[in-house]
Design a protein around this ligand. Structure first.
Ligand SMILES: [Zn+2]
Length: 340
């Protein structure tokens, strides 16, 4: 029996995708870059799911998608998948949240950033006069933790569900590109409630669920569990807020992407997707780039993208969709306020 919806408890409305552990292992640890590593990934996935397959299912009443089994990636999954995740220095949701935060809170306020990456959002707050001593972060990666410590912000390498804030409570809590990686919403929101002041703000950004569907429809990289285990829409944030006693004060999509940005995104993304398919040009380029490191490795792949008709085709399709501001936004942002 498929798992019921983690938001409303109903049985799923239908299946979006189904993958074997072998297929998913290839997506996260390509065989062309080492068979042994890919085999280890497959074993991790088997253990995680207790089966050979995972599905992505949808709940229509919640306009929500979730992995079945609904289990998040473990530390060993992430260590093998991407030992040092690159964090973008700037994201739309940072500037968007900064504006909202500045309207509502003074720089004397306190804030907890859950899964803070390298602390780029925190450093923007500090630039605006927020006190490092009033800020706190959780982050598992060592490089992230070190970067945050250099800002003078206390960072704990723990899951927020087991975070002991020493009785501290925060005016605002942020989770940027974190929620889609997590299961166990009851424990998460219990911890958030414990760490939030009675009228606290919660700012969340996730990938836009409609964008994931658009990518998959256009042959770009599929969004496989267990990296992301949920797909969000404004409707699902409303259900989420209601369920945990928060008010949804705002839910906004990132502005539509530009035609030029989408052309690059479409080409690169399609190329990576093709690199996971045997016998393709993209896969040959990946195999050929293996002996090279750093910038040379990137240059080989860039040349591969530039000479791939398939990548050009995807670039044209995705860019065409973005014409006239019709592109599908990449990020979805929500502002929740604790009720009462
Ligand atoms: Zn539901």
């Amino acid at each position: 029996m498929p798992a019921n919806c983690p938001l409303c408890g109903r049985p799923p409305s239908g299946i979006i995708n189904s993958y074997t552990a072998q297929e998913v292992a290839e997506f996260f640890t390509s065989r062309v870059l080492g068979q042994e590593r890919c085999d280890r990934m497959e074993a991790i996935l088997h253990r995680l799911w207790g089966s050979d397959t995972v599905r992505v299912v949808r709940c229509d009443p919640c306009a929500f998608g979730y992995a079945d089994p609904f289990v998040a990636g473990t530390a060993e999954f992430y260590q093998l998948e991407a030992p040092d995740t690159p964090y973008p220095r700037d994201k739309w949701e940072y500037a968007h949240t900064l504006r909202r935060v500045s309207d509502r809170l003074s720089p004397e306020a306190s804030l907890l950033d859950i899964g803070a990456g390298k602390g780029y959002f925190l450093s923007r707050l500090i630039d605006r006069g927020w006190k490092p001593g009033n800020l706190m972060a959780t982050e598992f990666s060592v490089s992230g933790g070190e970067a945050i410590a250099r800002l003078g912000v206390e960072c704990r390498p723990t899951d927020v569900r087991s975070l002991d804030g020493g009785g501290r409570r925060f005016d605002a809590i942020t989770m940027f590109q974190v929620l889609e990686h997590l299961d166990g919403y009851d424990g998460l929101m219990e911890a958030v409630a414990r760490l939030a002041k009675p009228d606290a703000h919660l700012f969340v950004a996730v990938p836009n669920g409609d964008r994931i569907a658009f990518n998959e429809h256009n042959g770009l990289l599929p969004d496989c569990p267990p990296n992301h285990v949920s797909r969000w829409t404004p409707k699902s944030f409303q259900v989420f807020a209601d369920k945990y006693g928060w008010t949804l004060e705002g839910c906004e999509l990132e502005p539509a992407p530009t035609v030029a940005g989408e052309a690059v995104y479409g080409a690169v993304n399609r190329f990576i997707q093709r690199s996971h398919v045997r016998g393709t040009w993209a896969r040959a380029v990946y195999a050929g780039s293996r002996p090279f490191r750093g910038r040379v490795n990137k240059a080989v792949k860039a040349l591969g993208v530039a000479t791939s008709p398939d990548a050009w085709g995807a670039a044209a399709t995705v860019a065409r969709a973005a014409r006239g501001g019709g592109g599908v936004p990449h990020a979805l942002w929500a502002h929740l306020r604790r009720a009462g």
